[in-house]
Design a protein around this ligand. Structure first.
Ligand code: NAI
Ligand code: ENO
Length: 367
């Protein structure tokens, strides 16, 4: 595709959109804006954008495609601001915000002036913020939800999908209310649960400081998303208040049920409680294939010696195989540790496996 693309907000998501649009559409002019100058410069250095914008109004007025990639309160303000400007005929305006009901209400202003606004929400990301964490394939295989406004035709939706083809996401048109109910349950509510779990640990930590050094396993998995940007999550929860209130009331009932099982020492019901949850989760297709994609992991049995990570990453780097994470899962005296290496694609995992097999004698396996 050719044309001028403007991205406002060059953080994790704006940066990832910029990377995939720029790589897939080399003839497009991708102009980036961020209130934080460091993000803009880094986005330029990473080739997520081809130009650093200097006059937002002028660039919006000549754009063919406009992405609003800011926290949702800011997105609302930008919609107000931009709708007063002269947008090019058939230019598409879209956002990436995690909520859609209030954004689509605000974006009705574009219907009044006949501008196609298409709400967007790529259902993948990370607890990390900022353009430095962005990735060209951040949304690969993830659902990318779309909520077209009244002025957006099927043609506009298809155009937007073409622009975003490089994300390799799976697009799905949904109703904004339905969107907020579903994402409230599977994304926004878990975020509150993760943060409340950390608050709980913080309270105990005052009396038992060792707790923060021993917290691992389940706590680490469940609390990861509590490290996300608090501004972004403040905005999301303020946008999706009613859905979240009702989910939290249901959660309180659920916790009371568990308190009762414990008080009554009802081991049979307690077993069923865990078993039913396990069965339901194990059958969820989304967690098997990934709407929020799990990375492609490879495990290596390694001897526990200093420099082992450097050795393995050195072999991978020589063959230009990118990894997204690496960690030693187990190191105890006299036994081998297991190194877990995460790749972004299955292809990279296969290349990584072949590379480690050919350059070391360590056992390599997947699960
Ligand atoms: N982080 C995630 O995993 C996901 C986030 N989202 C949504 O994407 C949006 C962006 O999130 P992230 O990229 O993670 O946040 P981020 O914090 O990494 O990036 C946001 C950027 O917007 C900039 N910004 C804020 N107000 C601005 C303004 N008025 N003009 C220009 N730049 C401005 C900030 O300086 C920052 O660089 C949010 O609405 C969020 O709900 C959607 C899917 C996943
Ligand atoms: O880090 C994670 O696992 C996330 O859940 C990221 C995320 C955050 C916000 C969204 O709207 C969608 C995905």
């Amino acid at each position: 595709m050719e044309g001028t693309v403007v991205i406002v907000g060059l953080g994790l998501i704006g940066g990832s959109i910029g990377l995939s649009i720029s790589q897939e559409n080399p003839r497009a002019n991708v102009i980036g804006y961020d209130i934080n100058r460091k993000e803009t410069r880094l986005a330029m250095a990473m080739n997520a954008i081809s130009e650093i914008g200097t006059d937002l109004k002028q660039d919006i007025e000549r754009a063919d495609l406009i992405f609003l990639c800011t926290p949702v309160f800011q997105t609302e303000k930008l919609i107000d601001e931009i709708s007063a400007w002269h947008i090019k005929d058939n230019a598409i305006i879209t956002d990436v915000g995690s909520t859609k009901k209030r954004i689509m209400q605000k974006a009705k202003v574009f219907d009044e002036i006949g501008c196609p606004f298409i709400g967007g929400h790529p259902m993948a990301g990370s607890h990390k913020s900022g353009v430095a964490a962005s990735k060209v394939l951040l949304f690969e295989n993830a659902f990318y939800l779309l909520t077209p406004g009244n002025s957006a035709t099927d043609f506009h939706v298809e155009q937007l999908k073409k622009w975003l083809a490089g994300t390799r996401a799976k697009f799905l048109v949904v109703d904004p209310m339905e969107h907020d109910e579903i994402t409230g349950m599977v994304s926004h509510f878990p975020h509150i649960v993760a943060s409340s779990l950390v608050h709980q640990v913080k309270k105990v930590h005052a009396k038992q400081p060792l707790i923060s050094r021993l917290a691992a396993g389940g706590f680490r998995d469940l609390s990861r998303i509590a490290s996300s940007d608090p501004v972004m999550w403040r905005d999301i929860t303020m946008h999706n208040t009613e859905v979240l209130k009702s989910l939290l009331i249901g959660w309180q009932d659920e916790m009371n049920k568990v308190v009762n099982l414990l008080e009554q020492q009802d081991s049979e019901e307690m077993y069923l409680y865990f078993k039913e949850a396990k069965n339901f989760r194990d059958d969820m297709p989304i967690l098997q294939k990934g709407a929020i994609p799990s990375f492609y992991d490879l495990f290596v049995d390694i001897p526990d010696y200093p420099g082992i990570i450097h050795e393995i990453t050195g072999h991978l780097a020589k063959e230009a195989i990118s990894i997204v994470n690496i960690r030693i899962m187990e190191t105890r005296e006299d036994i081998y540790g297991v190194l877990s290496i995460s790749f972004q694609t299955e292809e990279d995992r296969k290349k990584g496996e072949a590379c480690i097999r050919s350059t070391t004698s360590y056992e390599v396996f997947t699960v």
